[in-house]
Design a protein around this ligand. Structure first.
Ligand SMILES: Nc1nc2c(ncn2[C@@H]2O[C@H](COP(=O)(O)OP(=O)(O)OP(=O)(O)O)[C@@H](O)[C@H]2O)c(=O)[nH]1
Ligand SMILES: [Zn+2]
Length: 225
């Protein structure tokens, strides 16, 4: 099917989202196009934007930009929209019976604000208490990165990370705090370079004030960017 026909289908379906409170508003037909078809389509769109702005797209430095941006959207900064890219998280038995919380802190977050398509840059801190299962440490970083690679709002991303780890670890006892700078606040609009945004989600035992306090003490949040 030609790309233009497929895009017409998209328009007919309108805002028929895959609905779930913490899911991104992605349409059910989002995976009808292959990555190559998406790149070809977005390349044309970016070309048009730059042309409308009056840029000379025959210029050496600019002529590759539409394709570069399209590839970057599909294969890099929005690759987390595709469920095939969800990291496989290897889990193990908690044979050593470690009973305290495990905290993976200072996980680098590079995401994109869905309102302005500008970067969100910050740190995520993730914790869980094992219910008999443990997960490879790096998988927590990978889960954060997967949900970050979408057009996002920080609140939703925080909840998605907790829900994904709750599923993987088969326990509600998971928490996440994210401290991040939104370039849409820092570099344009109000242009407040100093402010950052903190969001949190505390599941299961992390709702208990002492457990929450312990986690917050470990991460001692005063993020350096
Ligand atoms: N809740 C929430 N808001 C966000 C996030 N990222 C960006 N925003 C805000 O989304 C809002 C969009 O508001 P609009 O008033 O439509 O956008 P705008 O006219 O560009 O607003 P200004 O940024 O104030 O210039 C802005 O206030 C952003 O700061 C996020 O992760 N969570
Ligand atoms: Zn924004």
């Amino acid at each position: 099917m030609k790309i233009d026909n497929i895009l017409e289908d998209f328009e007919e379906i309108g805002d028929n989202h895959i609905a779930s409170s913490a899911e991104n508003p992605v349409r059910k037909d989002a995976f009808k196009l292959s990555n190559q078809e998406k790149i070809a389509s977005i390349e044309k769109d970016v070309f048009r934007i730059l042309e409308t702005l009056g840029m000379d797209l025959t210029d050496d430095s600019l002529k590759g930009t539409p394709k570069r941006v399209a590839k970057m959207f599909v294969e890099e900064i929005f690759s987390g929209l595709h469920p095939d890219n969800k990291p496989k998280a290897s889990v193990f038995d908690n044979k050593y019976k470690y009973g305290e919380m495990l905290v993976e802190k200072n996980i680098t977050v590079y995401s994109t604000c869905e309102h302005h398509l500008l970067p969100i840059v910050g740190r995520a801190h993730v914790a869980y208490i094992s219910n008999g299962t443990v997960v490879g440490l790096s998988k927590m970083n990978r889960i954060v990165d997967y949900y970050a690679k979408r057009p996002q709002v920080q609140e939703r991303m925080t909840m998605q990370i907790v829900q994904a780890l709750q599923e993987i670890l088969n326990t509600k006892d998971v928490a996440c705090v994210i401290d991040a700078k939104h370039l849409c606040v820092n570099s344009r609009g109000i242009r407040d370079i100093e402010s950052s945004t903190v969001t949190s989600e505390f599941g299961g035992k992390f709702k208990d004030p002492a457990t929450k306090r312990e986690f917050l003490d470990y991460i001692n949040i005063d993020t350096e960017f």
